[in-house]
Design a protein around this ligand. Structure first.
Ligand code: CA
Length: 411
């Protein structure tokens, strides 16, 4: 079950790793006419107050939470912003898993080892992964966001076409105050409403947070026992398989059937072994009764990963392949593992939205159905691109490059 709506994740600036991305060409998007609110903000707040009180939240909590509230223009700017360029896998990874973050992760892991072992015994999620999430989400608690989350969620609910998603988060945030888990003035977080050391959305907080230190509050701000146990409880609840890792970096043969490198393709380790997949050091794959997928986040010229079910669990936390690799790899590093060894192909800057849209139009014109051109690489675009790549004898990795756009234009 996915408790973190994808829309609330889009463009969220995540921890220190993402601070560097804040200046990376964010352009304000255009708000369409139908998105304009039709009621005054005060009337909207009155409506939300009634809804909150109908759910049993006290009028005192609601009144003090909404006192003096106005919509945030900054939140609407961020909500409407579309990144002009995405980052390549390596640009993301080099920023997310730095030597400094590995060193701090190892230190935090050592400092909290007894607690992390108790959490693992209770929930089955190894401590290195919990520290890795913590490091990626908030740089180990050093950056929790600086938006008033009640104001941000009220703004998004008031203005947004996905008001039902943000409205549920706003109500959940009020429950957190009403339960006494969080004070109103503590509700500072990301512009899209993520809060605390692991940047849970309020609905996730309400549903999965646990009081592991036994003080009566589920405190994801000030209590590391609560933070680690809540992250572990959430991961366990969405399917974490104890005893298994996330996956591993892999070596693929040049003649690999590249159309099989996709999260939708699952095979046993023995089947991948037969297709020539090896561990990154060249050794044979382990013998285990599990299925895996192969992912190549920079196409056939870049690094390859053999990913297990726990990788899919990490992607429920955040639906991003590079994020999930970063969590798994940082956990490995925290436990003493070495850097990634995969190739760093020089493919230039990532494609712009305009370039991706052009590629989609060119693929459609040639009869490969990339769907309505929207400048985003989704399953349809990858599938269309693989079809064309196959037809011209290229490795069908579904990874778009500038060279291929040139060839699609002219060939
Ligand atoms: Ca507690």
């Amino acid at each position: 079950m996915d408790v973190r709506p994808a829309i609330a994740r889009r463009g969220v600036l995540r921890g220190a790793a993402a601070l560097a991305a804040a200046g990376a060409g964010l352009l304000p998007g255009l708000r369409t006419a139908e998105a304009q609110p039709t009621e005054p903000f005060a009337v909207f707040l009155q409506r939300m107050s009634s809804r909150a009180m109908a759910e049993g939240i006290s009028s005192t909590t609601v009144q003090s939470a909404f006192a003096g509230l106005t919509p945030s223009e900054r939140v609407m700017e961020l909500e409407g912003a579309q990144p002009e360029f995405t980052r390549t896998f390596w640009q993301y990874m080099d920023n997310a898993v730095t030597d400094g973050r590995v060193a701090e992760g190892r230190a935090r892991y050592a400092q909290n080892r007894a607690l992390l072992d108790r959490v693992e015994a209770e929930y089955g999620v190894p401590g290195a992964y919990l520290v890795a999430f913590w490091g990626l989400e908030t740089n180990f608690g050093s950056y929790l966001g600086d938006f008033d989350v009640i104001q941000a969620l009220a703004t998004l609910t008031y203005n947004d076409r996905r008001a039902d998603l943000f409205g549920a988060e706003l109500i959940a945030a009020l429950h957190l105050i009403d339960n006494g888990w969080v004070r109103r003035d503590q509700l500072i977080g990301s512009w899209a409403g993520a809060i605390g050391n692991c940047q849970f959305l309020p609905t996730t907080y309400r549903r999965f947070a646990v009081d592991f230190d036994g003080d009566g509050r589920r405190d994801l701000y000030g209590s590391l026992p609560d933070v680690f146990a809540s992250a572990a409880n959430y991961l366990s609840s969405i399917g974490w398989e104890s005893g298994y890792i996330w996956g591993r970096e892999a070596l693929l043969p040049a003649a690999f059937p590249w159309e099989q490198a996709d999260l939708t393709v699952r095979k046993t380790l023995a089947e991948w072994q037969a297709l020539g997949v090896r561990q990154i050091d060249g050794s044979t794959l382990p013998v285990a009764p599990i299925e895996a997928s192969v992912v190549v986040p920079m196409g056939h010229r870049g690094p390859a990963f053999l990913v297990y079910d726990n990788f899919r669990v990490i992607m429920q936390w955040n639906r991003s392949v590079p994020y999930a690799v970063a969590v798994g790899h940082l956990a490995d590093r925290i436990e003493g593992g070495g850097p990634l060894r995969g190739a760093r192909p020089n493919l230039g800057d990532p494609l712009s939205r305009d370039e991706i849209e052009e590629m989609q139009r060119l693929l459609n014109a040639r009869g490969y159905n990339a769907g309505t051109p929207d400048g985003r690489i989704g399953p349809n675009t990858r599938s269309a691109l693989r079809g064309w790549q196959r037809s011209v004898g290229m490795p069908a990795d579904g990874y778009p490059t500038r060279d291929q756009i040139t060839r699609l234009r002219t060939g």
